[in-house]
Design a protein around this ligand. Structure first.
Ligand code: HEM
Ligand SMILES: [Ca+2]
Ligand SMILES: [Ca+2]
Length: 316
């Protein structure tokens, strides 16, 4: 299959990248993530998701953070992001603290990678060394954001094809989706499972009936599109393996979640394994996050270090 991950650039990122140029960078990011989390625990999930939505469109280059300007159409306008992606103000705030400490040094793309790791740690998940040295794009791709980010109604095969395109495999897919152990989804992301799923007026057969009735309370057949529900109804702010336990109990929220348990024996076995073994999930999750963070970074003299994450430097 086709992939645009460059293996040579993986080696060019390093955990020590800012060791001399901005030794306090990681501590600054960590303290701002902690503060954002204490003001709003969901924020950890929201800023983790930004790294995913960045890396899947032109690689991890902070393209997702750019606002529309001139002929550039922001990725924030795609279905995946519109009325959904959030946390941009938190990223702005951290970036401005980094600019005060070490001007034009730490990229917005690296900031997203650090924020993703710190968010998971603060919710009780695994830690790992973040590879650094990515530079920021001078362009965004609204089309890439529409085409490369899976939808909650996609089939397992479609989602796997999208992951393979990024150089990620089925193991990465099952582990990374464990991110849905924290955070929220809007009603419109899963309504289709609750009503007339296959045209016979019944809910999705792979959705537990009690759980379906509970969801129907806040997600009626029409209206309330933006109502929020926990992706993991048991431990919504804790990074743990309840996501997989829920799937085994037919209580995955999104269709794209539950199909890991129902559309392939191979993924079903992985789900059962992670449901029983949180340590194994954490270990694979950390590896897969490093791999996702390595998708097509800009390095060397490519791109730039943006001063403000929403704009390319010549627009500032
Ligand atoms: C199979 C691919 C995936 C699909 C179809 C998918 C779909 C979704 C949807 C529909 C939402 C709810 C958005 C809303 O209603 O506003 C969501 C939320 C979320 N996703 Fe995914 N996702 C996928 C993979 C991932 C991956 C790989 C990560 C992280 C590495 C991730 C992290 C999150 C997080 C943390 C949230 C909660 C965000 C918040 O509360 O603000 N997702 N996802
Ligand atoms: Ca990107
Ligand atoms: Ca959880």
């Amino acid at each position: 299959y086709q992939t645009h991950q460059s293996t040579s650039s993986v080696a060019s990122l390093s955990p020590q990248f800012y060791e001399n140029s901005c030794p306090n960078a990681q501590a600054i990011v960590q303290s701002y993530v902690a503060n954002a989390y204490f003001n709003d625990p969901r924020m950890a999930a929201s800023i983790l998701r930004l790294h995913f939505h960045d890396c899947f469109v032109n690689g991890c280059d902070a393209s997702v953070l750019l606002d529309s300007s001139g002929t550039m159409e922001s990725e924030k306008r795609s279905n995946a992001n519109r009325d959904s992606a959030r946390g941009f103000e938190v990223i702005d705030e951290i970036k401005s603290a980094l600019e005060n400490e070490c001007p034009e040094t730490v990229s917005c793309a690296d900031l997203l990678a650090l924020v993703a790791r710190d968010s998971i740690v603060i919710c009780g998940g695994p830690s790992w060394e973040v590879y650094l040295g990515r530079r920021d794009a001078r362009e965004a791709s609204l089309i890439g954001s529409m085409e490369n980010i899976p939808s909650p109604e996609s089939t397992l095969q479609t989602i796997l094809t999208m992951f393979n395109f990024q150089g990620l495999d089925l193991t990465d897919l099952v582990a990374l989706l464990g991110s849905h152990t924290i955070g929220n989804s809007r009603c419109i992301g899963f309504r289709q499972r609750l009503y007339n799923h296959t045209g016979n007026n019944d809910p999705d057969q792979t959705l537990n009936q009690d759980y379906a009735s509970m969801l129907q309370q806040g997600c009626p057949i029409s209206g309330n599109d933006q109502n929020l529900f926990n992706l993991d109804y048991v431990t919504p702010t804790k990074f743990d393996n309840y996501y997989y336990k829920n799937l085994v109990n037919f209580r995955g929220l999104l269709s794209s979640d539950e199909i890991l348990f129902t559309q392939s024996i191979e993924t079903m076995e992985m789900v059962k394994y992670y449901a029983e073994n949180e340590g194994a999930f954490f270990e694979q999750f950390a590896k897969s996050m490093v791999k996702m963070g390595n998708i097509s970074p800009l390095t060397g003299t490519d791109g730039e270090i943006r001063r403000i994450c929403r704009r390319v430097n010549h627009d500032v």
